[in-house]
Design a protein around this ligand. Structure first.
Ligand SMILES: [Zn+2]
Ligand SMILES: [Zn+2]
Ligand SMILES: [Zn+2]
Length: 616
């Protein structure tokens, strides 16, 4: 049996996966497993895709673009630069690569294309980090995406950028370039020139990245500092009214919209920045001051246009306040975990502040309760783990745990690099220290979470911290159950045997200059059906709602001989955004040769364009 993977494609990237009830032989494309899979989840052999909006059951058949992973393309000599310089991962030309993004979509994007570009770029970046590419990881990832057509909104434009929403966050400047929000690769002021068809230079966007740009800390207005002020030798000099400065002043005169992106320190890592898109502003004033260096500096006062969502900088500031200040008024409970988590998990209802009802009682547990379960693996626990890693953090190749994962650690800087059939973390029988890079899920929740009342989906979960794609959010904890033990009306059940929307998250080998048949399979592979009920016992994950367009996905993780379910960020998630994952659906009905109806037991209110209508 061959595993096929569709390249992520524009509007038709999701597909429902089949769950085979019969044992299947493992394939060469899977990493070696210690057990014979009894149940394999795999994509359907045909790689038809379904269109959003129409729903999986009624969509017309579409020919998947790209070729199935694992098949050789005879026209492409894939072994490229590898033999010359293994560190050089630059892809020079598209060759036969089909980015799945049409020329029109590259010209003008939409939300889906924007998300797709960001997802693929980050997958490449994570892979380069994992490979420990010594230099230019970000630049190489960026150049490869651009060279292979993975970008959108390629022309400079005034005003809104199709597909980019107020509040979207970016962890790297180049991400903004790839989606057309800010095309200037270095400068903070981006502007149209004669090359872009502009009669005079007009500012399109500014990025505040220096502390003094934002000194007013005002949500509605901002003082932006002009560029320049140092000569070639770094000595101070007067700023001049040219280029970006001239463009901003022209925009003041003309009155065109200028996008503002606010650069802020990442609360989870003070060495880096997060860029928050804050919407459209108007330049209202130009003036100059004599700066600290005694030289002339331009200042541009920018005012935010009314009637824009407050999901941008306003949300960021709110989250910052929540993180750093005393408990906010209106919390119903200060800590839902009652001290079991390192960080408090408050409960809040800001939909109806008079409503102080709390969720039905449950016991808060920080890791899975499998006291009544059999082991997931029939292996002597003594044989597991790395016995040769005493006091070493499993960096080196002799680590047994690392060898089980074909030599690569699944995480880089606590970020998941790729989805995998199953991830093995170091466990009790390993001799490595607790801060080993191969222990992440077992270390528990590290984000500031809040359980809050949603408008129409009961309680929900959100984070005060910005979350980078691939970040571990939390484990789905609860009581491991057997099929017979599961109650019929359990609304807090995780069931690995449901049908899940298929999606691609891992890097594409072509974009990192690797052979296509080396791609990492991302469908999970479990020896047993995993059933976890968070009804009586659980953690914050029990409050995470379902969505047909989720921002979180689950990944099976094994350590200490039990399988756990880890929840990871699918994309960058701004603070205060509801976290959701796909609950899957429990029944499938064949209505034709290749058409199925997938239905769950509950009505879905996720409100996304491609809502399936039901779940679980
Ligand atoms: Zn080890
Ligand atoms: Zn280990
Ligand atoms: Zn270890």
């Amino acid at each position: 049996m061959t595993y096929y993977f569709c390249i992520l494609i524009g509007t038709a990237m999701d597909n429902l996966i089949n769950i085979q009830k019969n044992p299947s032989p493992s394939t060469s494309s899977l990493p070696p497993l210690d057990v014979t899979p009894l149940q394999i989840v795999r994509p359907s052999d045909d790689f038809n895709n379904y269109t959003y909006g129409v729903g999986p059951s009624t969509a017309p058949k579409k020919q998947g673009r790209g070729r199935p992973k694992g098949s050789k393309n005879l026209r492409t000599p894939v072994k490229k630069l590898k033999t010359e310089d293994p560190k050089n991962r630059k892809v020079l030309s598209p060759r036969d690569f089909d980015s799945g993004i049409t020329e029109a979509e590259r010209e003008t994007g939409n939300q889906e294309i924007v998300e797709l570009v960001l997802k693929r770029f980050d997958a490449v970046r994570r892979r380069f980090c994992q490979l420990n590419l010594q230099r230019d990881i970000l630049t190489t990832a960026n150049v490869n995406c651009r060279n292979m057509g993975v970008q959108t909104n390629i022309r400079r434009r005034i005003g809104l950028v199709p597909g980019v929403q107020v509040g979207d966050i970016f962890y790297y400047w180049g991400e903004m370039c790839l989606v057309g929000l800010h095309k200037q690769t270095v400068g903070g002021i981006d502007y149209m020139t004669a090359d872009d068809g502009a009669v005079e230079p007009l500012a399109t966007s500014v990025v505040t990245s220096r502390q003094y740009d934002d000194e007013t800390e005002d949500l509605e207005c901002l003082i932006y500092s002009g560029y320049g002020g140092a000569d070639k030798n770094g000595l101070p000099r007067d700023q001049t009214m040219d280029r970006g400065n001239l463009a901003l002043d022209t925009s003041r005169r003309i009155g065109n919209d200028v996008r503002v992106i606010r650069g802020r320190g990442d609360p989870n890592d003070d060495t880096r920045k997060v860029y928050i898109y804050d919407g459209l502003f108007i330049v209202s004033e130009t003036y100059f001051v004599i700066g600290k260096s005694g030289r002339k500096e331009f200042k541009f006062k920018m005012v935010r246009k009314p009637n824009q969502p407050n999901s941008g900088y306003a949300n960021w500031k709110l989250a910052e306040e929540l993180r750093t200040h005393d408990p906010r008024q209106g919390f119903i409970l200060q800590d839902l975990s009652f001290g079991k988590e390192d960080l408090r998990v408050p409960l809040v209802n800001d939909v109806d502040e008079d409503d102080k009802k709390i969720p039905e009682e449950f016991e808060y547990i920080t890791s899975q309760d499998h006291s009544r379960m059999m082991l997931d693996l029939n292996i002597d626990p003594q044989e597991l783990g790395c016995q040769n890693c005493e006091d070493q953090p499993c960096f080196h190749q002799i680590c047994m745990c690392r060898q089980r994962k074909s030599g690569e650690l699944p995480y880089h800087n606590s970020i998941l690099v790729c989805r995998k059939p199953l991830i093995y973390e170091c466990g009790e029988s390993c001799l490595c220290p607790n801060d080993c890079k191969n222990r992440l899920v077992q270390n528990g929740l590290k984000l500031h979470m809040e359980v809050f009342k949603t408008k129409n989906c009961g309680w929900g979960l959100r984070s005060w911290d910005p979350i980078r794609a691939g970040t571990f959010i939390c484990e789905f904890t609860g009581v491991r159950k057997t099929k017979d033990e599961v109650q019929e009306n359990d609304n807090f059940l995780f069931d690995s045997a449901r049908f899940y929307m298929r999606f691609k998250w891992n890097y594409e080998p072509e974009l990192v200059c690797e052979d296509v048949w080396e791609s990492v399979p991302e469908v999970f592979n479990l020896t047993t059906q995993v059933l976890i009920s968070a009804k009586e016992k659980g953690n914050v994950a029990r409050f995470m709602n379902h969505s047909c367009k989720p921002n979180v996905f689950w990944q099976p993780i094994e350590y200490d001989t039990y399988v756990r379910i880890g929840l990871f960020a699918m994309k960058h998630i701004p603070p205060m955004t509801e976290l959701t994952y796909d609950y899957g659906v429990s029944s499938v009905e064949r209505i034709g040769e290749d058409e199925n109806i997938y239905t769950g037991n509950k009505i879905c209110l996720c409100g996304s364009v491609n809502c399936r209508g039901s779940f679980s």
